[in-house]
Design a protein around this ligand. Structure first.
Ligand code: GLC
Length: 732
């Protein structure tokens, strides 16, 4: 070993002509990372430091919302690349230039948007939340990390954990729904899946919590605009998933495009430094969103790029995503004394720390394996199928029309989603390929092809006004035992910059449902979408409705096996389906009305069409009474709650039990109820399982004020599970 170290010392000294250079930082040993960072930082010029704070794109950028940046020749001193190639060889070639052809040999960190899979595409995150299966999501994230690492990546801009309550906003598809606790739990599962045990291990990648913070309240669901978030809501709703992610060790954070009460989050010292760094002690770094530093000029808080750069760095954004504001302006701002060198040093320290934690100095290169070993392995597809199946939500099943009964031999399959293998991958589908994706049609053929007479008609396109296909669709429906209608959204109708003024499906699709409903045959609606849909009219015309979301690579067999009864659906909504677009915002944990029971819209039914937590099964799960370890607890005591759930139906199944707490009287008005715990278990038919929730008063019964201070007040509380509700008292 000593011989190797001597070699390293000699190599470094000869490779660096100008002056003596200490060799601590490149020693391939376990000397503390901080010592290495200090050693390296002490040798860096201002230009080298600023280059570390810069990310550029490598490869053609396929995000249609960010086309203003062309591919650039890579400068090897660059801190990071948004890497749009799938080649580990290219990556290693670029990395070799950085490590061997630059003065200090600082490796590049390669990042990319792996949101729900890299080449094996899993269901969109909103769908994953509806599975209530965090361990399966962790598995899927670990697979995504491995496929990405083997493609040359060290870092993903994921998970997106913006609590979303306005489905007009297209990015509801990218997060984990309307509840802070659900977003927190799936954030932790995803971070753990990506980062594994140790960031320096092979096949692990750094996570990035985004879009910090409050972006999902972008007014009216229109993307990129201001978000009016009260300070109490900021702490009660939008910050908790980020705090959970930081506690789970997320290496990086991305600041968003929105503002908080007029101060853009990319220039917001309170959130970026006071909360994230001073209170939560985050020791990684913050990257801006694409151009969100230069956007400070558009938002009217910076007169030019230089002032934008100044505001962002002083607020606590360490890396500039692709707009070159830092590289153009920071050296001058330091030389003019406006930005202290300590601020630059702290930013670079954070970036270097993540690079050291990733092991990039010791292992700057990734293994190059055959594509067949890299992607879409059978075990990956199995996880994708399970997660797709567990995320699908049976919204309606009138007269148990599903699963399709053996006697139903003639099955009509109609609609534009049936043979599609593009839109069912959803937005942000990584490097997924449609020809790797099993269509719903293929799934149906595999499951039913030998036992039923399957007939297909397109019926209509996703939109437009061509009704010429209706006639044939009606014909095959009239001669069928059951009509399966495969409808929904194109992939670019949700995701970034995909806001919609209406969440209803295009009229042509609704007309097709009406035509087929009039045949009198049982109609099953299979909906693939990136958001909740307006179903107030379709609900009356369908006997059964399944929301399959955008299920990814293995959605076809997942759906077909649910339709055949081989898989018992277990998904439950993590986001509310309002009656109509006009009813938005409509989420379960709204604060209580001053006049309960009135004040609702007069022209639609009260309450949502399908509420948070709604999801049917083919079996009957019967909930017993909630039992409590005590009637009264002190603030420093735990309360143990249990409930027995019996499977009294004819199918084995999985059941997610959701535990809600209600605090009817407090110093501030509290939400009607709040989800505080959930757990999903398999219950065989005829058997029962006990579910337990251990209540920690400060964690589960307190509320937070507008600066994050927690209050725990004695008084009456209720615990709710399903239709069961039990009272207990918190005493001083
Ligand atoms: C986009 C998105 C962000 C993404 C980034 C890089 O504009 O807002 O979620 O990670 O740019 O693609």
């Amino acid at each position: 070993m000593i011989f190797k170290r001597i070699l390293v010392v000699i190599f470094v000294l000869t490779a660096i002509p100008n002056g003596f250079v200490s060799v601590i930082y490149c020693q391939n040993d376990d000397s503390a990372i901080e010592e290495k960072i200090n050693d390296l930082l002490g040798q860096m010029t201002l230009e080298e430091k600023v280059m570390q704070m810069n990310q550029r794109v490598y490869g053609t950028n396929a995000n249609p919302n960010n086309i203003d940046l062309l591919e650039k020749e890579v400068e090897p001193e660059i801190g990071s690349l948004l890497y749009r190639s799938t080649s580990p060889i290219y990556r290693n070639q670029i990395q070799r230039k950085a490590v061997e052809d630059t003065r200090l040999g600082i490796p590049i960190i390669f990042g990319f948007d792996i949101i729900h899979g890299y080449r094996t595409i899993f269901p969109i995150p909103l769908a994953q939340a509806c599975s209530w299966n965090t361990s399966l999501v962790q598995k899927a994230s670990a697979i995504a990390a491995k496929e990405s690492w083997l493609s040359g990546l060290d870092w993903t801009f994921s998970p997106m954990i913006d609590v979303a309550r306005d489905p007009r906003w297209g990015r509801v598809s990218e997060g984990y729904g309307e509840d802070p606790y659900v977003n927190s739990e799936f954030c932790v599962a995803t971070v753990n899946g990506y980062q594994g045990e140790k960031l320096s291990d092979k096949f692990t990648i750094a996570a990035c919590l985004k879009h910090y913070v409050g972006y999902s309240l972008s007014e009216g669901g229109r993307d990129y605009v201001y978000s009016d978030v009260s300070s109490q809501t900021l702490w009660e709703t939008f910050l908790p998933p980020y705090e959970a992610g930081i506690k789970a060790g997320a290496a990086t954070v991305m600041s968003g495009f929105n503002d908080l009460s007029g101060i853009p989050v990319t220039a917001n010292y309170y959130t970026l430094t006071e909360i994230l760094k001073n209170r939560w002690k985050h020791d990684g770094f913050v990257i801006s969103d694409w151009g969100s530093i230069r956007n400070l000029v558009d938002q009217g808080v910076a007169k030019d790029r230089k002032e934008a750069g100044y505001k962002a760095i002083m607020a606590g954004v360490e890396m500039d995503m692709v707009d070159d504001v830092y590289v153009e302006n920071l050296p001058a701002l330091v030389e003019e004394g406006k930005v202290p060198m300590e601020v630059i040093d702290e930013a670079v320290r954070r970036i270097l720390r993540v690079k050291f934690q990733l092991g990039l100095f010791d292992q700057p290169y990734v293994d190059v394996v055959e594509e067949t070993d890299r992607y879409l392995r059978p075990e990956y597809i199995a996880v994708a199928k399970n997660l797709a199946a567990e995320s699908m939500v049976l919204l309606k099943n009138e007269n148990d029309v599903l699963p399709i009964k053996p006697g139903m031999k003639n099955i009509a399959m109609i609609g534009p989603m049936l043979k599609d293998s593009v839109h069912i991958m959803g937005s942000w589908d990584g490097m997924g390929r449609s020809n790797d994706t099993e269509s719903l049609y293929e799934g149906m053929l595999n499951e039913f092809g030998k036992i039923a007479n399957l007939r297909y008609e397109l019926g209509c396109d996703f939109d437009g006004n061509d009704t010429s296909g209706f006639k044939q669709a009606r014909e095959i429906s009239k001669n069928s035992d059951i009509v399966l209608l495969f409808l929904g959204e194109k992939k670019n109708w949700s995701g970034e910059n995909a806001s919609r003024a209406s969440i209803a499906l295009p009229e042509i699709q609704e007309q097709l449902v009406e035509i087929l409903h009039k045949t009198g045959k049982p109609v099953v609606l299979i909906l693939s979408s990136g958001r909740p849909l307006e179903l107030i009219r379709l609900n009356k015309m369908a006997d059964a409705i399944i929301e399959i979301w955008q299920p990814g690579t293995a959605g076809g067999s997942a759906l077909a096996e649910i339709l055949s009864g081989k898989i018992n659906p277990s998904g439950k909504l993590a986001i509310t389906f309002p009656q109509t677009t006009g009813q938005i915002p409509m989420h379960y944990n709204q604060r209580k009305s001053a006049r309960p029971g009135i004040g609702h819209y007069q022209d639609i039914p009260v309450g949502p069409l399908f509420g948070f937590g709604h999801g049917l099964s083919y079996t009957d799960f019967d909930y017993g009474e909630i039992t409590l370890s005590k009637e009264k607890i002190k603030k420093d005591e735990q309360l143990i709650a249990e409930i027995t759930v019996g499977n009294n139906g004819s199918y084995d199944g999985k059941e997610a039990v959701l535990w809600f707490v209600a605090d009817p009287i407090a110093s501030i008005s509290r939400p009607a109820k709040e989800l505080k715990f959930f757990e999903k278990k398999q219950i065989q038919k005829g058997e029962e399982m006990i579910y337990k929730f251990v209540i920690e008063p400060m964690r589960d019964l307190s509320y937070v004020d507008g600066d994050g201070k927690r209050y725990l007040e004695a008084g009456d509380f209720y615990l709710e599970v399903g239709d069961k509700k039990v009272h207990f008292e918190l005493i001083d």
